[in-house]
Design a protein around this ligand. Structure first.
Ligand SMILES: [Zn+2]
Length: 255
């Protein structure tokens, strides 16, 4: 230091401090960019995951539709079997009555009663046969619907599988980007003084942008007009300057 003007010396120290401060803030700005990018990617991953959940839900709904149709069809088949069994029973019954009418040794009164029964059962038989036919029709329609839904389901299964694969690869890409951002961040963190980093981390709990530029004399974060003192200290660039209102770290736009 011998022979050096003390004032020059102070200036030199100030200059060094200013350079160091600017460098630290520049690095911190890159760290903030990484942090914002990571949050953005995490948001994207969440929305990809929601998309996958929706795709799976749609597939499940289609599977349930097919299952419902299957059980409706089997219920119809059951009713149809029952109706056909009733027709067979009644047919058997009628044959028996006719035999009695043809060969039975019956009184006139018994014959009349039996004929009455036959007429009644024949009418009932007609109704049952109509019902059995209607059920067959309904079953045919349900089978066609089931086939169409099953075809739609197989198509949806293939499509959903492909879509999920695509979204999963987008998630993997985003995760890769996040780990890259974090790796770069680790290297940069080492270049920032611990106290400054701590302050940034504290602010980062409340703000997505702990570091803000000054815009037309106001804080770029909370928009409050900054005092002349703050602005001139910021112009000097020797200290860390924070907004008087929100405490965000202020940076010169030229940084
Ligand atoms: Zn502010």
């Amino acid at each position: 230091m011998i022979g050096i003007n003390p004032l020059d010396c102070r200036r030199a120290v100030a200059y060094n401090n200013g350079v160091a401060m600017r460098e630290a803030l520049e690095t911190l700005k890159m760290i903030q960019a990484h942090d914002q990018q990571v949050r953005e990617l995490q948001r994207a991953i969440r929305s990809y995951q929601e998309h996958i959940a929706k795709l799976e839900e749609a597939l499940k709904a289609e599977e349930e539709r097919v299952e419902q149709l299957k059980s409706q069809l089997s219920e119809l088949q059951q009713r149809s079997r029952e109706r056909n069994a009733e027709v067979d029973d009644l047919d058997e019954q009628l044959r028996h009555y006719r035999q009695q009418l043809d060969h039975g040794l019956l009184s006139f009164k018994e014959m009349e009663a039996l004929r009455h029964k036959v007429t009644h059962d024949q009418r009932r038989m007609g109704q049952l046969e109509d019902e059995a036919l209607a059920l067959m029709d309904e079953m045919g329609q349900e089978e066609a619907r089931l086939q169409a839904e099953q075809a739609a389901l197989s198509q949806l299964e293939v499509q959903t599988g492909q879509d999920i694969k695509t979204v999963e690869s987008q998630i993997a890409a985003a995760e890769g980007q996040i780990s890259q951002e974090q790796q770069e961040r680790v290297a940069q963190v080492e270049r920032v003084p611990a106290l400054l980093l701590e302050r940034y981390q504290r602010l980062a709990r409340d703000y997505a942008d702990p570091l803000v530029p000054v815009v037309a004399g106001s804080c770029g974060g909370c928009k409050l007009k900054l005092s002349e003192t703050t602005l001139s200290r910021l112009r000097e660039g020797l200290d860390l300057i924070a907004c008087e209102n929100c405490s965000r770290i202020l940076i010169n736009k030229g940084l």
